[in-house]
Structure formats: C-alpha cells, structure tokens
Design a protein around this ligand. Sequence first.
Ligand code: GAR
Length: 220
Amino acid sequence: MSRLRKRVAVLISGRGSNLQALIDAAVGEGFPAEIALVVSDRPDAQGLQRAERAGVASRVLVPKELGGRAAFEQALEQALREADIDLICLAGFMRILGADFVGRWQGRLINIHPSLLPAFPGLDTHQRALEAGVKLHGCSVHFVDSGVDRGPIIGQAAVPVLPDDEPDSLAARVLTAEHSLYPRCLELICLSKIQLLEGGVKSTSSAPAESAILANPDRL
Ligand code: GAR
C-alpha cells in the first residue's frame, strides 16, 4: 500500500448509508483514499444507486448465481484485482467471508459493526442492547479475522441508551456515530497511523485523539 491515495473497495448488501459516508469523506480534499469499487451480493441493494450517483464502479456478485461461496470469493478476488484495490471496507455486508479470503486480506480488510464489540456480535444488536439494559451502546470498526464480527478493534464510538429508546431510535443514534467513525478509521489506516501488528492494533501517531482506541469520533 505505497500509493498516496489508497484504492478502496466497499462491500455492501443493502442500504449503503455507511458507503455514502465513505464516499462523501473520500471526495474531501486531502482524504487519503478513493472509493474505487463497490461490490454488492444483492442486485437490489440501495447502495448500488449511491455508487452510480457518485460515479463509482460497481459489481453485483450473487453467490447463489455463481455456484456458491468459493466461486463468489474467486469472482470477488478477481474484481478486486482488476480494480487494483488496496483495502476493503465491509459496510453492511451480511455474509461471512471464508478463512482463505480473510487470510489473504489480513490487515487490509475492515468491518463496521453496530455494537461496542465484543458485546453483541451478530444480528439485532440494538434490541439485544436494550434487553441487556446497557447504558452505553455504540459501534466498532475492526480488522476482520475468521470469526463473525470479531477481530482487532480499530475504533469505537459510544452513544447513550436513553430511557424511552426503542430499537429504531437507538439504531438511528448509533448509525450517526457510524457515519463519523468509519471514515475516520479508514483515514487513519490509509495514513498508516493505525496498523495491524502481531498482538493487535497499534497506533503510530503521537496525537492523543488519533491514538485513542476508544474514541468519540466527534473529537477525533
Ligand atoms: C450498519 O449499521 C452496519 O454497522 C451493520 O449493518 C448496517 C448497514 O447499514 N453491519 C453489521 O451488522 C455487520 N455485522 P448501511 O447499509 O446503511 O451502511
């Protein structure tokens, strides 16, 4: 990853609001990444329209149509190679990637998840946070390893759980935080201010806000 602006692929399955946040950040002056490719595993993903509006190349790769996960990952790898991709962001990509794929992209494959990991991996995170009675909830950006919603944490943003919250109101508050956190984490990785080293995530920045692992993105 030696070029100045990293070429990023964003993998989506649906709405694509985090994709939009990354697209919007990347058009900003001096942002160290460009969104070069969007890949969706669903032809009806709303995020595909966002890619088109932004003039970002997109591919639809449907595992079932391709003959299963192995064929999907092969096609994905080829699309990433053709687009000369440096780094992959999973943004609401609701599919588990195989260990071989994850291993090849280790340190260059990141995900956003709507909880303060390791709490609440998987689905229905907001409902489960309310049921658990937590007072703080949030989102995490992490390097992907072979587990589900697991891997070294890059950044987290916490939001309060309010007394009248329903899953939807809590989800909306978390989503706003996601839209700040994800571009900031991507930026720090592309600037090599955060790296995946043996033993976890390391910040190479001396700026306190940038070296914070638990971060409120509004203050980054
Ligand atoms: C986001 O909340 C993201 O964190 C979550 O899916 C949503 C996608 O929204 N991802 C996961 O749950 C991954 N385990 P978006 O399509 O509007 O970005």
